[in-house]
Design a protein around this ligand. Structure first.
Ligand SMILES: Cc1ncc(COP(=O)(O)O)c(C=O)c1O
Length: 360
């Protein structure tokens, strides 16, 4: 049997997500929180564990967690859906409002999963190049958003991998000009940029996407979206009934109950980001793209692949975009680590780049 022959024709060329099989490296490639999960929160979670979390199906809508998110965001519980990571919600939005004959508009470069989930759901991805400074090209974007086949537009703010944010006024202006859905992905909003959340009450076609992954729970997969109740009603019809497991729901509630501890880690990451940016800028041949997220995109003079493997040999893993285009050919993305990890990264990158310069 040739399984590839049996596969849907439009999916045959998909490439599986590439896991990073490196051990013994300083991992600065996945935009995770590098700090220890606060032991006191871990203890509380263990204390609350009961057998029924394992034996019973979870609450399908996660009302306790939705209630906490509603309080934090000043929205109603009926405006919220939980997801098994925000990745699942990206797919859910496309399954519900995209599909064959529909298009999804994506300002590129950006998070790869918008395009991949577009392909998987049979929604045609249409990429609109950003400006040189990675701001949105509003004119070209609106042209594609106004196409009658466009069902959804995904805008990450702050954006991955550029770290740039879009002002809410710009989002409001384009959202008001179209009838299709606009999704603002705020996965990195705790690190910078201005939230578009207040716009949900004014723009019924706006969806805000968030995740717990960048702060605390990447391993437990918890994301959520906030939208007009009518949008939530339609999404709920398509959602897998038990998409977020009971343990993850409980852990996410514990994170929100202890938010000041995580807030302190966020502040530490933000101040390390500023230090890293300053130190990287001092190295000849590196240009830093100013970031509002927990990572930094930087451009080098030669091909980025070479520097990536040199750093890996020295035990540092950063992110190189596969098959890069859109002006990222010479760029690498480094996640802000702990102070010690960042020092090590700076030391190693100087070791690689400075002798190189001296040889010229
Ligand atoms: C912009 C953006 N959105 C969503 C996600 C997915 O996050 P999650 O872990 O919640 O699926 C990521 C992960 O890197 C991201 O960069």
């Amino acid at each position: 049997m040739d399984a590839n022959k049996l596969m849907r024709d439009d999916l045959k060329d998909l490439v599986p997500y590439e896991p990073h099989p490196y051990s013994d490296v300083i991992k600065l490639d996945a935009n995770e929180n590098p700090h220890e999960f606060p032991p006191e929160v871990l203890n509380k979670i263990c204390f609350l564990l009961k057998g029924e979390i394992f034996t019973r199906y979870p609450d399908p809508m996660g009302d306790k967690l939705r209630g906490e998110i509603a309080k934090m965001t000043d929205m109603g519980i009926e405006n919220i859906i939980l997801g098994n990571g925000s990745d699942e919600l990206i797919q859910l939005i496309l399954q519900t409002f995209g599909g064959p004959g529909k298009r999804v508009v994506i300002p590129a470069p950006t998070f790869a999963m918008y395009k991949i989930h577009g392909q998987i759901t049979g929604t045609r991805p249409v990429e609109v190049l950003r400006n040189q400074d990675f701001s949105l090209n509003i004119e070209n974007l609106l042209k594609e958003m106004r196409n009658p086949e466009t069902g959804i537009t995904f805008i990450a703010s702050p954006n991955n991998p550029t770290g740039t944010a879009v002002p809410p006024e710009q989002i409001e202006s384009i959202t008001r000009k179209v009838e299709s859905l606009v999704v603002v992905d705020e996965a990195y909003i705790d690190f910078g940029g201005q939230t578009c959340l207040p716009l949900v009450k004014k723009c019924p076609n706006l969806i805000i996407l968030r995740t717990f992954s960048k702060i605390a729970l990447a391993g437990l997969r918890v994301g959520y979206l906030l939208a007009h109740r009518d949008v939530v009603v339609e999404l709920t019809k398509v959602k897998q009934p038990y998409n977020v497991n009971a343990f993850s729901q409980m852990a996410a509630v514990a994170v929100l109950d202890n938010w000041p501890l995580f807030r302190a880690q966020i502040e530490e990451i933000k101040s390390e980001r500023v230090r890293l940016e300053t130190e990287l800028e001092k190295i000849d041949d590196i240009t830093v793209i100013p970031s509002q997220a927990n990572f930094i995109l930087f451009r080098v003079r030669g091909p980025a692949g070479w520097l990536h493997s040199q750093l890996l040999e020295k035990g540092i893993l950063v992110r190189k975009k596969p098959g890069v285009t859109h002006g990222l050919e010479q760029c690498l993305r480094v996640t802000v680590g702990t102070r010690e990890e960042n020092d090590m990264f700076l030391e190693k990158i100087k070791e690689v780049l400075i002798p190189q310069k001296e040889m010229e």
